[in-house]
Design a binder for this molecule. Structure first.
Ligand code: MG
Ligand code: MG
Length: 269
């Protein structure tokens, strides 16, 4: 089902999204080689609960944690573990919040200090594709325009691969609502976007081939070829004029910049 939201409902989604962003920024201040995903997860859960909200992913379909932490060849849905983060890891950290009946959802990929330039380029391309997709969001335009903009940039211009099995989604009172927002597709196809539509756009980009599989833990999606994958996500609302980005990566980028023990990463364009 696709539910269009009132401006009051959008403000509640924004509130949840901003808490997600603050949580990711908090993670951005404490993440470094040597700490564990489990530590970050415990911190994130406490941070969210201290604000009077609930983790959006915990117990969702049985997922056991607050954060999805997907490292290196893991694409999404990684479970935080007791394994120490290494100097050359990248980590997609995806966070959801449930607050006053509405979900917020956003993800950011963090790079540890010895990550190669080649992988940083993959991260930049993925992040840039997210904003190219967002640029296509406006009333009366088709979801396929978003999908196509992301796919064209990633596959034609950058020669990376788009994951097909997982897609972006509508969001609101449910974490996942219609419409699906694939990161591949055709301009002029798919549902028409209307004022009040709220969607999470989340390109998942593989350095090698597009194929993925589920790992033995029953959750983590990993690349079949073992090459790295990056993931960035914003929740956005369709407005009368165009688009309103409800989550905020500026505060995450700032935290990363001030961290000192991880690689700086900020939006280029
Ligand atoms: Mg997410
Ligand atoms: Mg999502």
């Amino acid at each position: 089902m696709i539910y269009l939201k009132s401006s009051e409902e959008i403000e509640l989604i924004r509130k949840s999204c901003l808490l997600v962003s603050k949580t990711l920024a908090h993670v951005g201040t404490i993440i470094k080689p040597g700490v564990t995903g489990k530590f970050l997860d415990t911190e994130a859960e406490a941070f969210i609960r201290d604000h009077g909200a609930e983790p959006g992913f915990k117990d969702y379909n049985g997922f056991p944690a607050t954060l999805c932490i997907s490292m290196n060849e893991a694409v999404v849905h990684g479970i935080p573990t007791e394994e120490e983060i290494k100097e050359n890891d990248i980590l997609s950290i995806d966070c959801g919040v449930y607050w006053d009946s509405f979900y917020g959802d956003s993800a950011f990929t963090f790079a540890m200090p010895h990550v190669s330039d080649e992988i940083i380029d993959l991260m930049h391309a993925t992040n840039d594709s997210l904003y190219l997709g967002i640029e296509q969001v406006k009333p009366e335009a088709r979801v396929g325009n978003v999908s196509h903009a992301i796919q064209k940039f990633i596959e034609k211009d950058k020669n990376y691969s788009i994951v097909r099995e997982l897609v972006g989604h509508g969001i609101g009172r449910n974490l996942h609502e219609g419409p699906e927002v694939p990161n591949y597709g055709r301009r002029g196809f798919g549902p028409k976007m209307k004022e009040g539509l709220v969607i999470a756009i989340e390109p998942m980009v593989n350095m090698g081939k597009r194929h993925v599989r589920q790992s033995d833990d029953g959750w983590t999606i990993v690349t079949r070829d073992g090459k790295p994958s990056a993931h960035f996500e914003h929740t956005v609302a369709v407005t009368k004029e165009g688009v309103d980005i409800l989550s905020n990566h500026d505060m995450v980028e700032k935290a990363v910049k001030n961290n000192g023990e991880i690689k700086t990463f900020s939006r280029k364009s």
